[in-house]
Design a protein around this ligand. Structure first.
Ligand SMILES: NC(=O)c1ccc[n+]([C@@H]2O[C@H](COP(=O)([O-])OP(=O)(O)OC[C@H]3O[C@@H](n4cnc5c(N)ncnc54)[C@H](O)[C@@H]3O)[C@@H](O)[C@H]2O)c1
Length: 269
């Protein structure tokens, strides 16, 4: 009979979570720490790291690092190696929103989200964090994991990679679509070294992204209405999938794109 404890065993694993001080990344950090992993949070929010590390407890710790700062990120990975002696699982999760799309939740045209008014700096930063930041993180993960001949990489993409959400700023979707394809390519390249690469594609989750946009009743109602089960996701909802992809349970899964969205994608498309 399958031993459930062994299937989901991550005790002692060395785990990095980028963007782990808040939201979905915090959910990943929490569930891995709750099951005995040694978790290092990398985030730009120093106060958020302190708060989260204190609240999660266990062997969790953190470092300030920006996924777009290549030397800084590399130094943070080196520090994890020095402290843990290994890097077994990397969650490339840090991401930012892109502001409003060309429609508001009521379906009216929103001038700020239209292409001719779109700030080039906004496009550049969203692509830099949400796509290039994933490249920077996976490159470092691959270097360390190839040396160890194994590891798990889990990237947070979005259902926005597969649909056109008019209320979401357009660079967000372009970056996430790029992330999905990058993950598939990395799965192909790194499989021979025992490294599994997958992405989690959430639908709407209650987090601090976009300044906690989903706290706004109108936005929240719009996203709740898209869900086939009538609600948006909570951090508890993300934990099972994170543990699955980090543990022996998913040892034959790579190059996968797993939607976790209460079925929203079916309604929006
Ligand atoms: N919340 C949702 O509805 C939703 C849906 C689909 C995908 N996602 C994705 O989930 C991931 C996490 O977002 P969230 O919703 O939990 O948001 P969040 O704002 O609650 O958390 C994101 C964390 O990333 C950190 N961060 C931002 N830029 C960074 C950088 N350059 N380097 C390091 N850390 C950085 C922030 O400080 C924050 O702690 C993102 O990739 C996001 O695109 C979120």
């Amino acid at each position: 009979m399958a031993d459930l404890k062994k299937m989901f065993d991550v005790a002692g694993k060395s785990v990095i979570v980028t963007g782990g001080a808040s939201g979905i990344g915090r959910g990943y950090a929490e569930v891995l720490a709750e099951h005995g992993a040694r978790v290092c949070i990398l985030d730009v929010d120093s106060a958020g790291i302190d708060r989260t590390v204190k609240e999660i407890g266990g062997q969790t710790w953190g470092q300030v690092a920006d996924v777009t700062d290549r030397p800084g990120l590399a130094a943070a990975f080196d520090t994890v190696m020095e402290r843990h002696g290994a890097i077994d699982v990397v969650f490339a999760n840090a991401g930012i929103d892109a502001g409003p799309g060309f429609l508001d939740p009521e379906g009216h045209r929103n001038p700020d989200g239209q292409i001719e008014n779109f700030g080039d700096d906004r496009w550049d930063r969203v692509v830099e964090v949400n796509l290039t930041g994933v490249y920077n993180t996976l490159k470092l993960a691959a270097i360390h994991m190839k040396a160890a001949q194994g590891g798990r990489i889990v990237v947070t993409s979005s259902v926005a990679s597969q649909i056109n959400e008019a209320i979401v700023g357009v660079p967000y979707m372009a970056a996430k679509a790029g992330v999905d394809h990058f993950v598939r390519n990395m799965a192909m390249e790194l499989g021979a070294f025992g490294i599994l690469v997958n992405c989690i594609n959430p639908g709407p989750f209650m987090t601090n992204i976009a300044g906690g946009r989903l706290n706004n009743p109108e936005d929240r109602a719009a996203f709740e209405a898209q869900s086939l089960i009538g609600r948006i996701g909570t951090l508890e909802d993300i934990k099972g999938l994170a543990l699955y992809l980090a543990s022996p349970c998913s040892s034959y899964v790579t190059g996968a794109q797993i939607n976790i969205d209460g079925g929203s994608r079916l309604r929006i498309s």
